[in-house]
Design a protein around this ligand. Structure first.
Ligand code: XMP
Length: 328
């Protein structure tokens, strides 16, 4: 596709011109399509002078951190640093149940961890005589640029990154936003032209605060393990049924209630998983997805049989509005 090809060529030339022959750039990646496409362009333009940072907050999906390492580090050859901050995040979240408080804590902790990593990289490149970090990469899309009023939205992570105020001010970093004129479907097309794999290109959006807002109530390591396992089965079955791309976003959440069940001749008293799947164009309004019953049946059986601590699965049939896509 020649238009995408010329967009890529122009953007690479523009980045090279802005950054110059010695400039160093830092940027956070999440494994999502936007940050990966942006990182891939930077790699193409300035090679290892782009430093990608993945903050493992312990709140990503099952095995996600490993997958990102493989995709970006090994397959795409991006200069990737993974910071394992999962203990720090979980510690900060101890005892917190309020959704907005969770978001704030996660956002602030992210900034703290990312900033300290950026300073470390800056120190290293400075000491090795390779110039300082001067730029911050962000995968901002056009809708984020025009609709910066909404606090919660598919791009709220990016908006949170706008608050990397310390970085922009103390380190005097300047922003590079190669995707700021593109819509999501154009980013996907760009990803295809850049030979990113389909799985990455069509990945459902994932909120910055991750599964912390999909564990209702306190976030603890055991709750994280339960919701991760259930979500993994759910998404796996959706993919096997060939429905993944028909659904805009799907996830499992863990409710803070216990329900009575029976296993063999024993009474159980365990937790409840709720499944969410929506179809939407803009994420401002959404309809719940009408699964075939046999798919729901298989998912429910698998979760209850395979995930310890869960004895009941329910399906969320609420539209947005008045419900939201996330439970918190
Ligand atoms: P709601 O729940 O508001 O979600 O209907 C709409 C879209 O936004 C995502 N979402 C978030 N993304 N940080 C994010 O990066 C957040 O705090 C956040 N809250 C919701 C949600 O996953 C859906 O795609």
């Amino acid at each position: 596709n020649w238009t995408m090809k010329s967009f890529i060529d122009n953007e690479i030339a523009r980045i090279q011109q802005i950054v110059g022959p010695n400039g160093q750039v830092v940027g956070a990646v999440s494994g999502g399509v936007d940050s990966t496409v942006a990182a891939r362009l930077m790699k193409e333009a300035i090679g290892d002078r782009f430093h990608a940072v993945l903050v493992d907050n312990g709140l990503m999906r099952l095995n996600e951190c490993e997958t990102v390492k493989k995709n970006l580090g090994e397959h795409l050859g991006i200069n990737l640093i993974v910071v394992d901050a999962s203990k720090k995040f979980l510690n900060c979240l101890k005892g917190i149940t309020d959704p907005e408080k969770k978001r704030k804590i996660i956002g602030n902790t992210f900034i703290e961890v990312f900033e300290s990593e950026a300073l470390k990289i800056d120190q290293e490149t400075k000491e090795s005589g390779h110039g300082r970090i001067e730029y911050l990469l962000q995968g901002t899309l056009y809708p984020d640029v025009i609709e910066s009023v909404s606090f919660k939205g598919p791009s709220a992570t990016i908006k949170t990154h706008h608050n990397v105020g310390g970085l922009l001010e103390d380190m005097k970093l300047k922003l590079i936003e190669p995707l700021r004129e593109l819509f999501k479907d154009e980013v996907r097309e760009l990803g295809k032209t850049l030979k990113l794999n389909d799985e990455l290109i069509w990945r459902h959006p994932f909120p910055g605060p991750g599964i912390a807002i999909r564990i209702l109530g306190e976030v603890t390591p055991s709750q994280v393990a339960i919701v991760r396992a259930a979500d993994h089965i759910y998404i796996d079955e959706i993919k096997q049924a060939g429905l993944y791309r028909k659904i805009s976003q799907a996830y499992a959440a863990l409710l803070p209630v216990k329900a009575v069940g029976v296993m063999g001749d024993k009474r159980t008293y365990e937790q409840v998983i709720t499944l969410r799947a929506v179809e939407t164009v803009d994420f401002m309004t959404a309809d719940w997805y009408p699964f075939p019953y046999d798919v729901l049946k298989k998912i429910s059986n698998r979760i209850i049989n395979e995930v310890k601590g869960v004895n009941r699965v329910v399906y969320d049939i609420s539209s947005k509005p008045p419900a939201t896509i996330e439970w918190e």
